[in-house]
Write a protein that binds this ligand. Structure first.
Ligand code: ZN
Ligand code: ZN
Length: 371
């Protein structure tokens, strides 16, 4: 068994307090969130898992004790109810979201922890979860300013309502499996040198259910599912980052044998903007001004996502000066504040006209500049 140094993974000291452990975990999990590493997603996912594993052990006093003593947590030696100080309250801190299901933030948790420790507890006998459906939502940068409502229309497999997903007419047209006589299992005697053994295995004809379809459902032709158009209104919260992934549970393809439906997975694609470079909630842009304005100061036109605005600049403004337009940037993802726009000023020098030349020569004389 490979021993992992959880302290090293979380980049903390062995004497770290629970608070320090939590803090280190928060920082790293933010840093290594797979959605932030679209180019190296699998590496980030590995790292992310490792960080979670380390935190799960070190945040739990019982597990930590075992780990400190043995260098690993023995299987089965874990006390029940392990996840003390759970992950969710940490993520609520990040996003300030509540837990209710209408809230898109609660769906984000599923993206993080998709499956993981939770589903293992949910013993689903042969039930199969439906497949996820992926879709991309394209947004302009200005769409990110406000919560945006999108109407989605797509097709997905839904459980056939006529046969209730069984594939049999009216959900009842079954007959007893002729091979296993309804038992669902096959018993086979095997003789050997040591005596007779009975080998038991699920009946392949009926898949272990003991019954087979007598008459196929004519709505779904025995498939148990039908293609349906799905219409969905969703709200993308303001401030969403490019590359973000939302999961809408139960809106993917239907599950099998009572398995839960898959998810609709929405990938956010924020198109690059030709005026602004996005840095989180802040925006960066450049404006070119005339050298006379730079020297004398004055009013200049500056772009924002909501249209141009007029800004005053000081006299003697140098090329490369950066002005900050407070609260003109994008909202943060938690919607609590707005970022700023940073405008870098370039200065343009035109070839002077005859009249301008005369003035400039006067100026040169006054400044004792030799020409
Ligand atoms: Zn059907
Ligand atoms: Zn059978």
């Amino acid at each position: 068994m490979e021993k992992k140094d959880y302290y090293k993974i979380l980049n903390i000291d062995k004497s770290a307090s629970p608070e320090e452990i939590k803090k280190a975990y928060r920082k790293l999990v933010k840093e290594w969130h797979p959605d932030r590493h679209m180019e190296n997603k699998h590496i980030a996912e590995e790292k992310f898992k490792e960080i979670q594993e380390a935190y799960e052990v070190l945040s739990n006093p019982e597990k930590k004790k075992l780990y400190d003593r043995f260098g690993f947590v023995p299987e089965g030696g874990m006390p029940n109810g392990g996840q003390a100080g759970g992950f969710e309250d940490i993520f609520q801190d990040f996003f300030g979201g509540g837990g209710d299901s209408g809230n898109p933030f609660s769906d984000i948790f599923d993206t993080f922890f998709g499956g993981g420790g939770r589903s293992s507890a949910r013993e689903e006998s042969r039930a199969e979860r439906g497949q996820d459906i992926h879709a991309t939502i394209n947004l302009e940068l200005k769409d990110v300013l406000y919560d945006i409502k999108k109407k989605l229309e797509y097709s997905r497999y839904q459980t056939c309502t006529s046969c209730n997903g069984t594939g049999a007419k009216n959900g009842t047209a079954f007959k007893t499996c002729p091979r296993c006589h309804g038992e669902g299992t096959i018993h086979e005697e095997q003789r050997s040198f040591f005596g007779t053994f009975v080998k038991t295995y699920p009946c392949p004809t009926c898949g272990g259910t003991g019954k087979i379809i007598e008459e196929k459902c004519d709505v779904c032709n025995g498939k148990g599912k039908t293609v349906k158009k799905e219409k969905l209104d969703i709200t993308i919260p303001a401030g969403v980052e490019d590359g973000y992934v939302f999961r809408v549970r139960g809106k993917g393809h239907a599950g099998k044998n009572g398995g839960q439906d898959g998810s609709l997975i929405l990938h956010i694609n924020v198109k690059p903007n030709n005026k602004f470079i996005r840095k989180g909630a802040n925006l960066e842009t450049e404006v070119t001004i005339d050298y006379v304005t730079a020297a004398l100061g004055g009013k200049i036109k500056v772009p924002t996502l909501e249209g141009d605005i007029i800004e005053k600049i000081n006299e003697g403004t140098n090329p490369g000066t950066i002005i900050r337009l407070k609260n003109q940037g994008l909202p943060t993802f938690n919607g609590r504040r707005r970022g700023d726009i940073y405008v870098k000023l370039n200065v343009k020098i035109d070839k002077p006209s005859l009249k301008e030349k005369k003035i400039l020569k006067e100026l040169a004389k006054a400044k004792k500049i030799e020409i």
